[in-house]
Design a protein around this ligand. Structure first.
Ligand SMILES: Nc1ncnc2c1ncn2[C@@H]1O[C@H](COP(=O)(O)OP(=O)(O)OP(=O)(O)O)[C@@H](O)[C@H]1O
Length: 258
């Protein structure tokens, strides 16, 4: 079930380097939120703080608060592994387990969650592949390796794997940057469908893509090299792209920098 994310005054560090500073925002459920901004402004770093992947890097840590509905993601009793299950992630390059079958790729997360029966697994794999708009292309070769699929199909397989464990949120870090235009449109169509059930956050360098797929857009910027990235403004996507409040946003979306 989709959940709201409430971020308050969040800083993220790599060792002593502060990569992002003072981020406060609300991410709405059942909608797509896009993060845009120039290279190095901290979009991916911020995305990874939302499912506690940031701290996996040695020396990395976070200050501030993130609530998923009423659950404090950085609270003392919270298991980061269970956070990553509730807040799923899809990466830039499709990363199916290459030697595993298509079926096992989708079932992989389910099995980590505990023992389930074969028929239960079959049901969830089929539903997840259908939801990821991939079922018709793979239903006759579920036992073939995931690596045998095209790049776009592999990315949809990774999305099926992510949704198989019923997350509340799906984080996508430039999910189309390694894909051709047709596969990109297939993923964008899929995002539009999935937003009915999930909270979706997407980092993208492609502003047309942000305009096409997202309901709300957050623009991040940094004052200079070595400075932390900050949220400049966040609003309805149509407003950000037609009538932003901040000059830096306007300069960025009109291609004056970045
Ligand atoms: N693993 C890491 N270790 C140390 N510093 C890092 C690491 N990853 C990112 N950074 C630094 O954090 C800052 C933000 O990087 P991040 O990748 O989050 O930006 P971004 O906006 O996603 O960039 P891009 O659009 O180029 O992907 C940069 O200064 C970067 O060098």
């Amino acid at each position: 079930m989709a959940k709201q994310i409430e971020v308050s005054d969040l800083d993220a560090y790599y060792g002593s380097h502060k990569a992002i500073e003072g981020i406060t925002m609300t991410i709405e459920p059942r909608s797509v939120t896009a993060f845009i901004g120039p290279s190095g402004c901290g979009k991916s770093t911020f995305l990874r703080t939302l499912n506690r992947m940031h701290e996996v890097i040695p020396g990395a840590h976070v200050d501030g608060k993130i609530l998923l509905e009423d659950q404090d993601l950085y609270g003392p009793d919270i298991d980061p592994v269970s956070v990553r299950r509730t807040v799923g992630m899809v990466f830039q390059r499709p990363n199916p387990f290459p030697t595993m079958s298509i079926f096992d790729n989708v079932a992989a997360g389910l099995r980590l969650n505990g023992r389930i029966s074969k028929s239960e697994a079959e049901g969830i794999v089929e539903t997840s592949l259908k939801d990821a708009n991939l079922w018709n292309e793979v239903k006759d070769r579920l036992n073939k390796p995931g690596a045998g699929l095209s790049g776009g199909q592999q990315q949809r397989l990774c999305i099926a794997r992510a949704i198989a464990v019923s997350p509340a949120v799906l984080l996508m870090d430039e999910p189309c940057s390694a894909l051709d235009p047709i596969s990109t449109l297939a993923i964008e169509d899929l995002i539009a469908k999935l937003k009915n059930d999930y909270t979706i956050v997407i980092v993208t360098h492609n502003m047309q893509q942000a305009a096409r797929v997202s309901d709300r857009t957050a623009f991040f910027n940094l004052a200079g090299q070595g400075q932390p990235g900050k949220l400049v403004e966040m609003d309805e996507t149509s407003k950000i792209f037609t009538n932003p409040t901040q000059k830096a946003t306007e300069d960025y979306i009109t291609g004056r920098f970045g």
